[in-house]
Ligand binder design. Structure first.
Ligand code: UD1
Length: 428
């Protein structure tokens, strides 16, 4: 398995242009199925999760063509409604094909999705939302057989938690349901807004995206469209964190500043000096040691994103003072804590709360990227550690960060990717 090898202590400085958002690109690519037409999705990041999504699209019979960051999907040749277990297991987001398949074919046969090991990640809310639209769900031999025999019908649905994925599945399925769907307690993440914008370009009538109550007037059919994916707000935090922890300077280009209030205000609390230029450029300058983060609490958007929690914890490890970080979204999202402790960090975890006592310097160690965001955070920690840090499990990071080591090296970091020994031996 590949690893990142980081020599800490190099100050980062320069410019970086952000990739398109993984969490927008995946549902939008899946939603192309519901159009049964040709769609062009621009600014698609080069990620293994995107590759997995394209493999599912091809398996379903769609023609997929990638040129640079543009992906063209021709879903007019769709001929499958079953996703085999091996493809489903490649990532958690494979469940996002449920709504599109039901919309396009009235059927979907899926197994439990895979993805990061950050907790149970059940799919009950997805299934309840589909059932409300008239879908019959049967569990049979490890597979979920879903069918909308009498067609999808609009309904009033209230989510017990504003799940991002369940909101997306419901939006896509309801777009072509008969009648009106009202979804209350919908997720409000920017990626929901982006998916609604794409679907509306395809002829859907979705109102209220980003506001918590979605009203979806079902239309007979969708048509193809072109759409540009919004910038990745989580990758933004990774790069800002990398610059901040090394006492560096960074100009971020292509940032959606309007989506980043909570994360930026946490960074400012930690002493990062930020200057915003227009709507999409941000400069970070560090002139002193990071200060502690008094209370960071992950919340659904517009709160502080759970996906940015690990990166901020890496900063807290070397900040002056004690930080309190509470994770409320996933029950098992402190896996990076043990790894940071191996690097000398002082962290105590009690339930969902981590108390981080900042120290002056972490020390390099061999650590494991147990999930995507944890892996990126360990790389960030390694940039400020004394000596060499080897972050194994680079493949987890590749799920969500486009060529992380190349971009960080361009900014002055000493980082390289290394295949592990037995893999190198296999190749030779
Ligand atoms: C999406 C993001 C992920 C982010 C998360 C929360 C994508 C591809 N992934 O994941 O990066 O961390 O939102 O912002 O967009 N839950 C249930 N039942 C369900 C569905 C969810 O109990 O049917 C629970 C989950 O276990 C979790 C919480 O709800 O504790 C949030 O999950 P959800 O918002 O659905 O996250 P994802 O869509 O999986």
């Amino acid at each position: 398995m590949a690893a990142f090898v980081v020599q800490g202590g190099k100050r980062l400085e320069g410019e970086h242009t952000l990739q398109g958002a993984k969490n927008s690109a995946l549902p939008i690519l899946a939603a192309t199925v519901a159009t049964k037409s040709v769609c062009v999705i621009r600014h698609c990041p080069r990620l293994t999760d995107v590759d997995a999504t394209l493999r599912i699209l091809r398996h379903l019979g769609c023609a997929v063509h990638r040129e640079g960051s543009d992906v063209t999907v021709d879903a007019s040749t769709l001929c499958e409604d079953t996703i085999p277990a091996a493809l489903m297991r490649e990532m958690r987001s494979s469940i996002i094909f449920l709504g599109p398949l039901l919309s396009a074919t009235g059927r979907a046969v899926l197994t439990a999705p895979g993805g990061c090991e950050i907790g149970l990640r059940p799919i009950d809310l997805h299934l309840e939302a589909m059932e409300a639209l008239g879908v019959e769900v049967k569990a049979q031999g490890g597979a979920l057989r879903c069918s909308a025999g009498k067609g999808l019908r609009g309904a009033r649905v209230s989510l017990s938690f504003p799940s991002v994925g369940a909101t997306e599945n419901l939006m896509i399925a309801a777009a072509t349901a008969q009648g009106i769907t009202v979804l209350t307690n919908a997720a409000r993440e920017p990626e929901i807004y982006d998916l609604a914008a794409f679907l509306n370009r395809c002829g859907a009538r979705i109102h209220g995206a980003g506001e918590g109550v979605l009203v979806i007037e079902g239309v007979e059919r969708l048509h193809g469209a072109a759409h540009r994916v919004i910038p990745d707000r989580i990758a933004a935090v990774t790069f800002l964190g990398a610059a901040a922890i090394t006492g560096g300077e960074l100009l971020l280009q292509n940032v959606s500043l309007e989506h980043m209030d909570a994360a930026l205000s946490v960074l400012e609390q930690g002493g990062c000096r930020l200057r915003r230029f227009g709507k999409d450029r941000l400069e970070l300058k560090m002139s002193a040691r990071l200060r502690h983060f008094p209370t960071v609490r992950t919340m659904p958007y517009p709160g502080f994103p759970t996906d940015a929690q690990a990166a901020v914890m890496a900063l807290a490890c070397v900040a002056q003072g004690t930080s309190i970080i509470t994770e409320t979204i996933f029950e098992n999202r402190f896996k990076h804590v043990n790894e940071l402790v191996r690097m000398g960090a002082h962290i105590r975890v009690e339930g969902r709360v981590a108390v981080v006592e900042g120290i002056r310097r972490l020390r390099g160690a061999a650590v494991d990227a147990c999930d995507l965001r944890a892996g990126a955070a360990l790389v960030v920690a390694g940039l400020a550690a004394e000596g060499e840090t080897v972050v194994s499990g680079a493949r987890h990071v590749d799920r969500g960060c486009e060529r992380l080591e190349e971009d960080l090296a361009r900014l002055g970091a000493s980082i390289r990717r290394e295949e592990e020994k037995d893999e190198r031996q296999k190749e030779t």
